[in-house]
Design a protein around this ligand. Structure first.
Ligand code: AMP
Length: 308
């Protein structure tokens, strides 16, 4: 089993969906990624930054799941990254109301010594300059580097983002972001253009419509499980990414065939994340529930048809 290093935001989120509203709760890309990857029992570590306003108890909740927060710098006099979003009635689209970078604005990440040999590196959503600084601190190139990003960084730091994209193996972005990054409406053409920017594998997340995995000419599609209860989609993309890389780190197999399984593992975990507000569902998930739903996934997608 390989070590997984995760860089990304550890944040306060305030969320509004048609079903309710939260005050500042635990959120952030690295939080969701690490909670998701922890379902595979692998040791992971986060590189991030929070302010003195961030409850220590939140970090302890991560530590309890074998997630090291040694690389999470605490700037006592600073404020934690804050994001607020409001979902539309269809829950597929949302408006960002507030993005306060706070301590993230001038963060210099430091990779803890015992994670410098991480074989799996997840560059979660945050400033591409921070993602690059982490890449540079790892002396031997990891076996797999996965990047997740969003339109905010395409709008605000595109040149730096393109430099990071050139160095990674897998990019996971949503359909709108893939269109923005490539300038192509067709997702097939978008994936082709993104391949040319560097990544050998392109994963395009389509929310409740599943996810596509492209590897040059090859494509794989995983549906999202049709769910009865969807309360809050926040973190679903990160949970998907955490499940994807967590599965690969556990199995230590980065072939395209195994990546297909990783896409299913990520989709499976994301299906739980949306059932409750924030991280609640991910923090109270059992192995039995995960296995049961994997079987549902299998039944949903399996069919037998004669080809003439
Ligand atoms: P997702 O719903 O998977 O796209 O991720 C939602 C999480 O991303 C929230 O917990 C936010 O704290 C975090 N987030 C929102 N905007 C940004 C941003 N610009 N950079 C990094 N993380 C962000």
């Amino acid at each position: 089993m390989s070590k997984l290093l995760i860089v990304g935001t550890v944040a306060f989120d305030a969320i509004e969906t048609p079903f309710g509203k939260t005050d500042k709760i635990l959120g952030g890309a690295a939080t969701y990624i690490s909670l998701s990857a922890s379902q595979f029992g692998i040791g992971s570590g986060i590189v991030s930054v929070v302010g003195g306003d961030f409850p220590k108890e939140y970090l302890q909740r991560l530590n309890a799941r074998n997630i090291s927060t040694e690389g999470v710098e605490i700037i006592e006099e600073g404020k934690t990254f804050f994001w607020s979003g409001k979902y539309h009635n269809d829950l597929n689209t949302r408006d960002t109301l507030i993005t306060d970078l706070n301590v993230l604005a001038d963060f210099n990440p430091v990779v803890p010594a015992n994670f410098k040999d991480a074989k799996f590196l997840m560059l979660g959503n945050l400033h591409p300059a921070v993602q690059m600084a982490v890449i540079k601190q790892i002396p031997i190139r990891p076996k797999l580097v996965v990047l997740d990003t969003m339109n905010f960084w395409m709008d605000n730091a595109l040149d730096q983002l393109m430099e990071v994209i050139a160095k990674i193996d897998v990019i996971t972005i949503n359909d709108e972001e893939a269109r923005q990054l490539s300038g192509e409406y067709s997702l097939v053409k978008a994936a082709q253009k993104i391949h040319k920017m560097g990544p050998k594998y392109v994963v395009i997340k389509k929310g409740e419509h599943g996810a596509l995995l492209f590897n040059n000419g090859d494509v794989f599609f995983a549906p999202a499980l049709p769910l009865e209860e969807v309360f809050d989609p926040t973190g679903a993309g990160d949970t998907f990414a955490g499940g994807f890389i967590g599965y690969l780190a556990k199995t230590e197999d980065i072939s395209f065939e195994n990546m297909k399984r990783a896409v299913i593992a990520g989709s499976n975990l994301a299906s739980f994340c949306v059932e409750k507000f924030g991280t609640e569902r991910m923090e109270n998930l059992t192995n039995e529930e995960i296995e049961k739903r994997l079987l549902e996934f299998k039944l949903l997608t399996q069919f037998d048809i004669e080809l003439s």
